[in-house]
Ligand binder design. Structure first.
Ligand code: FAD
Length: 263
């Protein structure tokens, strides 16, 4: 590591001001501190968000849940009301990384970081959630912009994520055994009028799959998902899996998700 200063503001407004002046937000530190140790990131000033009470809390309002940006993965995994009304999201959080990552990592940090293999972005995009920031509200479809890139501006903090509760939803992932990051993850959410399918781990960033959504909108069955050919040409190939393998996983995991959703 190297020298940097650390601020602990008590309000979102103060934190946003510091970030606008070039400081870096520190949430759970599960990504940021590792990248600082590797010298991939070298901020002069960190802004610890953990003292800002406005960023905490999970609440249900009508048909949606609002989850504060500093909610740890364990908070989401263990929240009784969320587990009952939106089990897919609690289940997703319960399978992120290991116990330490779940105790420290936050939903705001994960969504802001937009790792192409992160779990939460698939739930945000797969449900058409709203990213609430210190400046505005951003629809999920406009938020994720490819590899580690989002619509967030330099002086903008995520304050919460608002999820519309689906009628049925399931998150399926094949985890990379060492990290538990998904090799591929698929979030399927069914609402009264629409089915959304978001894929993580397979491409340059999280994306919706139009072919699977069309098929599942016509018939919400595993057979319908199985009939969709998944194009591998834009998918990742790396030491863990080829693009063709990932394409097959998208199909298989979607079929499993639909089967589970139907009970
Ligand atoms: C061993 C290991 C295994 C993991 N496995 C998984 C996994 O299976 N699935 C998965 O999805 N993730 C996994 N992760 C990542 C983990 O979920 C992290 O918690 C997450 O990537 C970052 O969250 P954080 O709160 O630690 O953010 P930090 O590391 O503190 O910050 C990450 C980035 O987001 C910015 N940021 C943080 N909060 C905000 C905010 N409110 N507004 C704007 N910008 C903000 C920071 O400035 C930084 O650029 C794993 C990590 C590790 C170390």
């Amino acid at each position: 590591m190297y020298a940097f200063t650390l601020e602990r503001p008590a309000s979102v407004a103060d934190a946003a001001k510091l970030i606008g002046a070039g400081a870096k937000a520190l949430a759970g530190g599960q990504t940021l501190l590792a990248s600082m140790k590797l010298r991939l990131s070298a901020p002069d000033q960190l802004v610890d968000l953990s003292g800002i009470s406005e960023l905490t809390g999970i609440s249900k309002d009508g048909d949606s849940f609002t989850i504060g940006a500093m909610s740890r993965h364990l908070d989401v995994a263990n929240h009784a009301e969320l587990k009952a009304a939106f089990p897919a999201l609690a289940d997703l959080a319960s399978r992120i990384g290991d116990r330490q990552v779940r105790a420290m990592g936050t939903i705001g940090g994960s969504v802001a970081n937009n790792d192409p293999a992160a779990c939460y972005p698939s739930a945000v995009l797969g449900t058409g959630a709203t990213v609430v920031t210190s400046k505005r509200e951003i629809a999920a479809d406009d938020f994720f912009q490819g590899l580690f890139t989002t619509a967030l501006e330099d002086d903008e903090l995520i304050t919460a994520i608002r999820f519309p509760v689906p009628k049925r939803a399931v998150y399926e992932k094949l985890r990379q055994k060492a990290s538990h990051f998904p090799l591929v993850g698929v979030f399927v959410a069914q609402y009264d009028s629409v089915v959304r399918v978001a894929v993580t781990g397979a491409g340059n960033g999280v994306f919706r799959h139009a072919g699977l959504e069309d098929a599942l909108n016509q018939s919400f069955t595993a057979a319908s998902a199985a009939g969709v050919k998944i194009d591998a040409s834009d998918l990742n190939s790396d030491l863990h899996a080829s693009a063709a393998y990932r394409a097959n996983l998208i199909s298989v995991l979607t079929q499993r998700a639909v089967t589970k959703a139907l009970g």
